[in-house]
Write a new protein. Structure first.
Length: 312
């Protein structure tokens, strides 16, 4: 077999092997996506209702909550989460993946984070990072950024217990004045093709945002001629003390679930693109191989014919 023909055959076999791997990885990512999607949809309903109830309580009892006496009853831990103080340092919780082969997923999240820093005039001196995922951790450490907390090894379908430690650490650092604001930067899953990068304010909890959310809910109930009434038992302050930690957990857990869903979708799309590209390369190499083989056969026939003619 001529050298050129053997080289084309080696590339053809290698590309076919790669296509088998990428196709298998696409199937695995799609299976993980289907699994995590069911969790994301059901959890989002819960998170929306927690926010709606907290928004309603804050909207209707904001004066009561702001009183010094009630603030002490709620407790320093809960009350401090609403504390809007002068911003000297900002924290950013960045959610990326632990591995590659996920297309532009990680680069888009990091770009969104850097854009937020530029927009708000942030730099490595007035910004600290909390990273979930190996990719983000390595990126910011290599650039000399201050990574004060890192977490790797998030499961493919994250559980609520996994997030509790992250939330506690984030809240504790806010209370200890490690930073005065905390943003969450992650990839929001829209559908299997589209994801949007988000960077949202997590702490302090924005009363204005909750009030706007409640206004939207009220507009919906007016449209539907339905009015909600709440009988609070054991009482407003106890309800607030119970709901605020749930709300904080729901934001972070929801963001990680959302990010994982987006990660699996991005991985499935990347592997599908790799498989499609492999098919194109295989088609081209197969054509080259057939032409080279045909040329080799033609050369052999010509040599045989020439030898027979010479003998005559």
């Amino acid at each position: 077999m001529p050298a050129s023909l053997a080289a084309v055959k080696r590339r053809l076999d290698s590309t076919r092997s790669t296509r088998q791997i990428t196709t298998a990885m696409q199937m695995v990512s799609t299976a993980k996506l289907n699994q995590v999607q069911s969790h994301t949809k059901t959890y989002q309903v819960y998170a929306d209702e927690v926010k709606a109830i907290l928004a309603s309580l804050v909207k209707s009892h904001i004066a009561t909550l702001k009183s010094k006496e009630n603030a002490e009853k709620i407790g320093a831990e809960i009350g401090s989460l609403f504390d809007e103080r002068p911003v000297k340092k900002v924290g950013i919780l960045v959610i990326t993946s632990d591995r590659g082969l996920v297309g532009s997923y990680n680069s888009n999240v990091i770009k969104s984070t850097l854009d937020t820093m530029k927009k708000n005039g942030l730099n490595k001196d007035n910004t600290v990072f909390l990273t979930v995922g190996k990719t983000g951790t390595e990126f910011f450490k290599k650039r000399g950024m201050n990574v004060v907390f890192e977490y790797t090894g998030v499961s493919d379908v994250p559980t609520y217990r996994e997030v509790e430690g992250i939330v506690k650490k984030a809240v504790q650092m806010f209370e200890d004045h490690v930073y005065d604001q905390l943003y969450i930067s992650y990839s929001h899953f829209v559908n299997r093709i589209v994801s949007h990068d988000r960077t949202e304010l997590f702490l302090p909890i924005s009363v204005k945002s909750l009030e706007e959310h409640e206004d939207e809910r009220v507009a919906e109930t007016v449209t539907n001629d339905i009015e909600a009434e709440y009988d609070l038992e054991p009482g407003l302050l106890d309800m607030i003390s119970l709901l605020v930690p749930q709300y904080a957990n729901s934001l972070v857990y929801g963001a990680i679930l959302d990010a994982k869903t987006s990660e699996h979708a991005s991985s499935a799309n990347a592997m599908k693109s790799a498989s499609d590209n492999a098919d194109d390369i295989i088609a081209t190499l197969q054509l080259q191989y057939n032409r080279a083989r045909q040329a080799a056969i033609t050369t052999e026939i010509t040599e045989i014919t020439g030898g027979m003619t010479a003998q005559e």
